[in-house]
Design a binder for this molecule. Structure first.
Ligand code: NAD
Ligand code: ZN
Length: 381
């Protein structure tokens, strides 16, 4: 079958690989009908996530048709069209019992780290991902969810990660009616976080990025304010000024660690590590949230040792909340929001690329070329 193949930082291509097999009675094999490239894949692509092995297939955002099921699978049948959450979750451990599917204790042999994630290095269980024609889905009775009949497949594929992650970013922010929410990052996740902030009653939503076409998009799509930090004297100062020197009630980091060369600029009084893995947006979030405010982090940090201004966290009494999204927990309410027209995820899709051209697709998304926001990969039929 055709599958994405990681050859090293900035080098991916489509290759022929063996078909996946049922390895455990609770496995299913899914024929992928659509997958996406995520900002999280870029951290792998940029070589920032430890133990990302050459030969691996990435892809944790995919939907497809159940092709085969193991003998213990009860909730799925061959032919079902399913949303497959990016979390690989056993459904039974102490964390899954609390619906913390992103923190499953069984699906990753390095159980002290994150739970299992499809196509996300051996630090997340070493599972091959869905940027392929077929994929093995472990614990098939737990995550996969049949796509509602009326749902557009482009909306369905965005329910595997981007929509729940944006929603959970807003939820973790503990937004109260009237709150000023600042979202750092106008990628798919930040766009969705801005949109979802309104669902929690935000009074003002501000998005910060430096890519003009994304700022333009989010302004219209999420009906929010959007600012280019390169045209601001200092984003922290700007947020303080515009909140009457109080600071934002909630700041959301939808950026994560930066690629080499993308490092941005220094912050007032803080000389940053201007290299791969820098955490500029997180600094800005901590420094611009109000005293007692909440910083919600969904941006992913691969390398250890990102410097963060922990003194300010303590002195300002900030609450930091962070996690991988728990997709399965959020699906029922997000399906409802889409059905009722409050969310329109598929509007963020800008590119539709055959899986054969996965190398070009990564380059375009990574370099933010061609007004790219979200890319769908289509496997050969
Ligand atoms: P993306 O790369 O498309 O978007 C990131 C955006 O951040 C870009 O538009 C970039 O210009 C902007 N940016 C860079 N530095 C910035 C700064 N200092 N301030 C403001 N904006 C800045 O990625 P995405 O798909 O939107 O994902 C965003 C983050 O969310 C990534 O770190 C990704 O790994 C993470 N993520 C987390 C989860 C989760 O469950 N926690 C799930 C999906 C994605
Ligand atoms: Zn993702």
């Amino acid at each position: 079958m055709l599958a994405m193949n990681y050859r090293g930082p900035y080098r991916v291509r489509a290759d022929h690989k063996p078909y996946p097999e049922i390895l455990h009675p609770e496995d299913a094999i899914v024929r992928v009908t659509r997958s996406c490239i995520c900002g999280s894949d870029l951290h792998l692509y940029h070589g920032l996530v430890p133990d990302t092995r050459v030969g691996m297939t990435f892809g944790h955002e995919f939907i497809g048709i159940v092709e085969e099921i193991g003998p213990s699978v009860q909730n799925l049948k061959v032919g079902d069209h399913v949303i497959v959450p990016f979390n690989v979750a056993c459904g039974k451990c102490v964390f899954c019992e609390q619906q913390m599917y992103g923190n499953c204790h069984e699906s990753n042999s390095q159980a002290t780290a994150v739970g299992g994630i499809f196509g996300y290095s051996h630090t997340a269980g070493g599972y091959d991902g869905g940027q392929a024609e077929y994929v093995r889905v472990p614990y098939a009775d737990v995550g996969p969810t049949v796509i509602p009949a009326e749902m557009h497949p482009d909306d369905a594929v965005l329910l595997t990660d981007v929509v729940p992650t944006g929603y959970q970013a807003a939820e973790m922010g503990g937004i109260k009616p009237g709150d000023t929410v600042v979202v750092f990052g106008a990628g798919p996740v930040g766009i969705m976080a801005a949109k979802c902030a309104w669902l929690f009653g935000a009074g003002r939503v501000i998005v910060i990025d430096h890519i003009e076409y994304r700022l333009e998009f989010v302004k219209n799509y999420a009906q929010c304010e959007a600012y280019n930090f390169r045209s601001l004297e200092d984003p922290v100062l700007f947020i303080k000024k515009t909140t009457d020197w109080i600071g934002a009630d909630v700041c959301i980091d939808a950026v994560g660690c930066e690629a080499a060369g993308s490092a941005l600029q220094t912050i007032t009084g803080v000389k940053l590590m201007l290299q791969a893995g820098a955490a500029t947006a997180l600094h800005w979030a901590i420094n611009s949230v109000k005293k007692g405010g909440i910083v919600s982090i969904v941006g992913v940090y691969g390398p250890t040792g990102n410097l963060i201004p922990i003194g300010n966290v303590v002195n300002k009494g900030i609450t930091i909340r962070a996690n991988q999204a728990s997709v399965k927990r959020l699906l029922p309410r997000l399906i409802e929001h889409i059905k009722e027209g409050r969310l329109d995820p598929k509007a963020i899709i800008t590119h539709r690329v055959p899986l054969e051209e996965v190398g070009d697709a990564y380059h375009i998304f990574s370099a933010k070329l061609d007004n790219c926001i979200k890319t769908i990969l289509i496997p050969p039929s």
